[in-house]
Design a protein around this ligand. Structure first.
Ligand SMILES: Nc1ncnc2c1ncn2[C@@H]1O[C@H](COP(=O)(O)OP(=O)(O)OP(=O)(O)O)[C@@H](O)[C@H]1O
Ligand SMILES: O=C(O)C1=C[C@@H](O)[C@@H](O)[C@H](O)C1
Ligand SMILES: [Mg+2]
Length: 176
């Protein structure tokens, strides 16, 4: 299937953006881009190293630059970092260049997924001084309205398999 606009997957860490993007890309034979990976490739550093060097503000600057670059490219399935919706300039790029699907999940579900996959926690530096569980709860609550207002569709992933979520995204955007 030929996609004519980007499909952006937004949502908190561990909601399945990268996993679902891979499924959609396979189903539609469309390119899939992971914004966190683009940032790491361009910087030639891991996200953890970028945070260690310049903190969250350096990471957010690199994230905004990477988003502008991929948004200008060929129509793709683009999985975003969990905080890509924080900056207004990013939200404008998303709204004007693609369809935005928010993958949501409860804090319990996210904790379970992140704890089950130790590499996820390792690849994502802490953004607060809170415990992992408290950080997830706090940021989910703080970001809720931004995720909501930055989305054309919301898909609740709690208790669903990656294949089920991918099928719901396809249904939501009207391409099965
Ligand atoms: N629906 C699901 N059911 C069970 N496990 C899932 C589901 N979606 C994702 N996972 C698991 O949760 C972990 C995180 O998934 P994934 O990397 O796709 O999330 P993400 O939203 O891209 O996270 P990040 O923002 O950290 O990049 C992986 O171990 C993945 O296998
Ligand atoms: O939730 C966040 O702010 C982040 C999520 C990850 O995808 C990475 O983009 C980075 O670790 C920041
Ligand atoms: Mg991801």
């Amino acid at each position: 299937m030929l996609i004519t606009r980007h499909l952006y997957l937004t949502g908190f860490r561990g909601t399945g953006k990268t996993s679902v993007a891979a499924r959609l890309a396979a189903a539609w034979a469309a390119p899939s881009i992971d914004l966190d990976e683009v940032i790491e490739k361009k910087a030639e550093k891991s996200i953890r190293e970028i945070f260690a060097e310049g903190g969250e503000s350096l990471f957010r600057d690199l994230e905004s630059a990477a988003l502008v670059e991929v948004a200008a490219g060929r129509a793709s399935i683009i999985s975003l970092g969990g905080g890509a919706i924080l900056r207004a300039e990013n939200r404008e790029v998303l709204a004007s260049t693609g369809v935005r699907v928010w993958l949501d999940a409860t804090a319990d579900e996210i904790c379970g997924r992140v704890l089950a996959d130790a590499s996820t926690a390792d690849r994502r530096p802490a953004l607060t001084a809170l415990s992992q569980r408290e950080e997830i709860e706090r940021l989910l609550a703080d970001r809720h309205d931004l995720y909501e207002s930055s989305a054309d569709f919301r898909v609740d992933t709690t208790g669903k398999s990656i294949d089920q979520v991918a099928a719901e995204v396809m249904k939501a955007v009207g391409k099965n």
